[in-house]
Every structure is written in C-alpha cells, then in structure tokens.
Write a protein that binds this ligand. Structure first.
Ligand code: NDP
Ligand code: ZN
Length: 171
C-alpha cells in the first residue's frame, strides 16, 4: 500500500478522539499540515520523511508504540518519530529545556519534521489559538520554539526562512 496513505490512516485512527487546543479542530489536521508544509514549502518528496511527519505525535499522544511503528512502517520512520517524542517522565519545564538542549543532535530527517511542526504550531497560535491561552502565553511558546529552531542543524533554507518570517510577523 502507498506509504503516505497508510500513515495518514494510521494517524487518523490513533488521534481519532483528540482535538487540537482550539477545542474544535480534529487532531489529525495538525500532522497532515506538518506533512504538507514539508512538501509545499520545504520541497521534500521523501515518502518516509512525509510519513514520519504524519506519525510524529502518535507515540507521544496516543497508545501507539515504537514497536508498532517499526512493524508497520520500518525502522527509519520509527527512529525519526522516536527522536520527535518528548519523554513524559520529565516535568513540563524539563521537557521544554530538553528540546532546546538536544536540538543540535537531531538527525537531518527529524530536524525537517521539527521545523515543520513548529511552523504548524505557530501558525495555529496565530489562527486558532488555544482557548485558554492569553497573548503572553502565546509569546512564551513562540520564543521557546525560536530557541529550539535556532539550535537545530541548518537543513532547509526555505523552511527556516518561513519559520523566522512567521515569528517576526508575530512580534
Ligand atoms: P504546551 O506548551 O506543551 O502546549 C503547546 C503544544 O500544544 C504545542 O507544542 C502543540 O504540540 C500542541 N497544540 C495543540 N493545539 C494547539 C494549537 N491550537 N496551537 C498551538 N499548539 C497546539 O503546554 P500545555 O498547554 O500542554 O501545558 C501542559 C501543562 O503545563 C498544563 O497543565 C499547563 O497548565 C502547565 N504549564 C503552563 C505554563 C504556562 O502557562 N506558561 C507553564 C508551565 C506549565 P504538538 O506538536 O505535540 O501538537
Ligand atoms: Zn506536532
């Protein structure tokens, strides 16, 4: 089966009962938007990277496991998704700091998905912001996202430019 369609179905099923923090958007719209950003802005056509984008929040936010992703999609996709999965055993602030500290160690593939993820989230904050977030909380998130992206390996100028333009339009 086409890998991207299979990843879309898997992600839609795993996230089926979840909404984004605007309270109304089905969660799967976000991983689909991350894959579309990679394709349309980043020019990425590697099906495994686009599938990893579709799956990037499944281990973190659903009952999907790394073994399941490995079995269904292979070890390269599993490894990209694992790199993008926050360790829930850490506290909120430790998780946020971990992303900043470990950004320089990300693989090229995980970096691409990470930038597209932050582009999607910052776009959502501008268009469909979480119901209980005020402007200060949005600004705090955007400043943190910028600190993460600043430390990522430079892998795709178009994605990086798009991210910084978005951030600068918010300031
Ligand atoms: P986060 O900062 O982790 O929430 C942001 C994440 O939510 C994004 O990275 C994105 O993750 C996801 N998301 C879902 N919908 C949207 C949307 N519409 N726009 C942008 N991003 C979206 O913190 P939480 O809100 O999950 O907070 C966790 C806990 O920490 C809460 O109990 C909170 O009260 C507490 N806390 C709050 C602080 C504050 O107010 N500054 C500080 C410290 C703790 P993804 O890519 O995974 O979808
Ligand atoms: Zn995400």
């Amino acid at each position: 089966m086409n890998l991207i369609l299979k990843a879309t179905e898997f992600s839609a099923l795993k996230h089926q009962n979840q909404k984004r923090k605007d309270g109304k958007t089905p969660y799967v719209i976000h991983p689909i938007s991350v894959a579309m950003i990679l394709s349309e802005i980043g020019g990425i056509d590697d099906e495994e990277i686009l599938s990893a984008a579709l799956l990037h929040d499944t281990i973190e936010d659903t009952d999907a496991t790394a073994d399941e992703i490995d079995r269904e999609f292979g070890s390269r996709i599993r490894s990209i998704v694992e790199e993008l999965t926050d360790n829930k055993e850490l506290s909120y602030s430790e998780r946020k700091q971990f992303q900043i500290d470990h950004a320089p160690n990300l693989s090229k593939e995980a970096t691409l998905v990470k930038i597209a993820d932050k582009i999607s989230n910052v776009t959502d904050l501008i268009d469909e912001k979480p119901t209980d977030w005020d402007d200060a909380r949005c600004k705090e998130y955007i400043d943190w996202a910028e600190s993460v992206i600043n430390r990522c390996p430079k892998v795709n100028m178009k994605l990086e430019e798009h991210f910084y333009n978005l951030v600068n339009s918010y300031h």
